[in-house]
Design a protein. Structure first.
Length: 221
């Protein structure tokens, strides 16, 4: 409204704001739809997912909030990471939740850099692994088994459902989500997923081509 009320009106700025609002509205709708499907036990909207590409999209989405909280983000994404199969929106929601939790865990830290590392790598069992490491307050060792329980939270304004939903999503993808304390300050949250089956159907082949085309487009820009 301020852009349109300016003299002369900033039409281009207003148009870009509307475009971002529509984009975010569609994303919110997708998240709600996929979460409803998860808890109504409907089949997930599976596709072949490049975890590195999905991670980059989440970083772009979360970057402004992280910068506002003075978080130094470092990404370490493994080359030639195997493709996984799953619901892209649900997996990205898990990543976003882990990033925001890590940022919140460092919100009161002022005696050291608020450094966050998001990393992808091959897992020891042949799958893929994503980890989010922070330099925050960490957690008590005796609470590690409670972290993923519904309505358990260490935040003053937390609801205690984010990690519980995240665990349900990862387990629904035949994976595992867990946490571990760092050797230094903070904690690391990790999830692992199996690779996509090696037998590729025609439909899956088309999905792989889409992934490859998105990678090529990203490199070109």
């Amino acid at each position: 409204m301020r852009m349109l009320d300016a003299n002369p009106p900033n039409v281009d700025g207003a148009r870009e704001t509307v475009r971002r609002t529509i984009r975010d509205g569609h994303r919110a709708s997708d998240v709600i739809t996929r979460l409803r499907a998860l808890f109504s036990r409907k089949d997930a909207a599976t596709e072949l997912v490049d975890l590195n590409e999905a991670t980059r999209e989440v970083i772009a989405l979360a970057l402004s909030d992280l910068q506002r909280n003075r978080v130094i983000l470092k990404s370490e994404l493994a080359d030639e990471l195997p493709i996984v199969e799953g619901d892209r929106v649900q997996l990205q929601q898990v990543m976003l939740n882990l990033l925001r939790n890590a940022s919140d865990a460092m919100s009161g830290v002022d005696d050291r850099p608020r450094q966050l590392v998001i990393r992808t790598e091959r897992d020891v069992d042949g799958g893929v692994r994503l980890s989010v490491q922070d330099s925050g307050v960490g957690f008590e060792p005796d609470s590690i088994n409670k972290l993923f329980d519904s309505f358990y939270t260490t935040k003053g304004d937390g609801m205690g459902i984010g990690l519980s939903i995240s665990r349900s999503i990862i387990e629904n993808h035949h994976g595992r989500l867990w946490a571990q304390p760092n050797e230094g300050p903070g904690a690391t949250f990790l999830f692992s997923l199996p690779c996509a089956v090696t037998k590729v159907t025609d439909a899956a082949s088309r999905d792989l081509n889409k992934v490859s085309n998105r990678k090529h487009a990203a490199r070109s820009t």
